[in-house]
Write a protein that binds this ligand. Structure first.
Ligand SMILES: [Zn+2]
Ligand SMILES: [Zn+2]
Length: 324
């Protein structure tokens, strides 16, 4: 049986629940409170649009807490880089030492909140332009807590829609009709997002981009581009590239070296050889070459969905092998 929990723990949890209400999660083990968890945001007078960072604080109570320090973990940091995380971790250790013997969770929450309030500007880079976020930048936070300069995100979304349209135009009409509508996605995690591009477009370019030296495609960069193109070709030939699916987030598309071969004539005389996979086959569903041989095996694997062109950029317009 578990040891009796210190009364102070129940008092502390009761107080925390009164303050944080549904933002507090208390997990029990063997009927006693064990883990206390809360997502902490900076203090911005409840203006959620102005919260650019957040983190989950997890406190694991030791059996004799508060006479011994609890274990504290920071999870799911958003908008905070490793350097900031290391600073806050140090401050947490100090706080635990000072408060040894006393309930400390509320102090920890306040400590982290204060730190987030001071750091309420995303650290790290905008993944689109690779510049940081500085004073004067106009930037935006997605629902998934990823940050971009508004200017960069508008360019990204405009380019994404244009690319979608170009690929769509390559498809025959019947496939165009079936294709899912264009949907904006987060460039980092591919969560669906919805932004008004016209509003984003009005934002000025990132401050750092104004002083950055002009871009030149140097011989070194050209060599890098070539290396990356070779690498991609090798990945396609050997087994896997991440492509676009016919719905939802992009799945992993498995390709095999035999995808590059023309269909072989069947010697079995089976008419089924030329039968295509069902039209709705998902790209991920067509996989390995080492399954048992079947009459349809020369045709197996190829994805026939509306986004073929997305996966086969080297051969635009190429239709399924063995198709009609
Ligand atoms: Zn940017
Ligand atoms: Zn995201």
């Amino acid at each position: 049986m578990s040891a009796k929990v210190d009364e102070r723990v129940y008092d502390e949890i009761e107080a925390l629940e009164a303050i944080l209400i549904e933002d507090l999660v208390v997990k029990h083990e063997d009927g006693v409170p064990k883990i206390i968890e809360t997502v902490i945001h900076p203090s911005t007078a409840d203006n959620i649009d102005q919260q650019f960072v957040c983190i989950t604080l997890e406190v694991r109570l030791t059996p004799d807490y508060p006479d011994s320090s609890p274990e504290v973990f920071l999870r799911n940091p958003r908008g905070l880089d490793d350097q900031l995380l290391s600073i806050i971790n140090t401050k947490i250790r100090e706080m635990l030492n000072i408060n040894l013997g006393n309930p400390v969770i509320f102090e920890l929450i306040e400590l982290v909140r204060e730190f987030l309030t001071q750091s309420n500007l995303p650290s790290g880079q905008c993944v689109i332009c690779l510049h940081g976020f500085t004073q004067g930048d106009v930037f935006i936070k997605t629902q998934c807590y990823h940050h971009f300069h508004s200017h960069c995100l508008s360019k990204h979304l405009i380019a994404g829609k244009k690319y979608y349209q170009e690929e769509l135009d390559k498809l025959p009409n019947w496939q165009q009709v079936q294709a899912p509508a264009y949907q904006q996605t987060c460039p980092v995690c591919r969560c669906l997002v919805a932004f008004d591009v016209e509003t984003l477009k009005k934002a000025p370019p990132p401050v750092d981009s104004l002083t950055a030296p002009p871009f030149h495609l140097t011989a070194e960069l050209k060599a890098l581009q070539q290396r990356m193109a070779d690498l991609l070709a090798r990945q396609v030939a050997r087994g896997g590239v991440v492509g676009m699916g016919d719905d939802g987030p992009p799945p992993l598309t498995i390709t095999t070296p035999s995808d590059n071969e023309e269909p072989k004539v069947s010697t079995s005389g089976t008419q089924d050889v030329k039968v295509e996979a069902a039209g709705g086959a998902r790209p991920g569903s067509s996989t390995s070459s080492d399954g048992p041989a079947s009459p349809a095996s020369p045709n197996r694997a190829s994805y026939k969905g509306p986004f073929r062109g997305f996966n086969r950029r080297g051969k635009p317009g190429r239709r399924g092998r063995g198709g009609r």
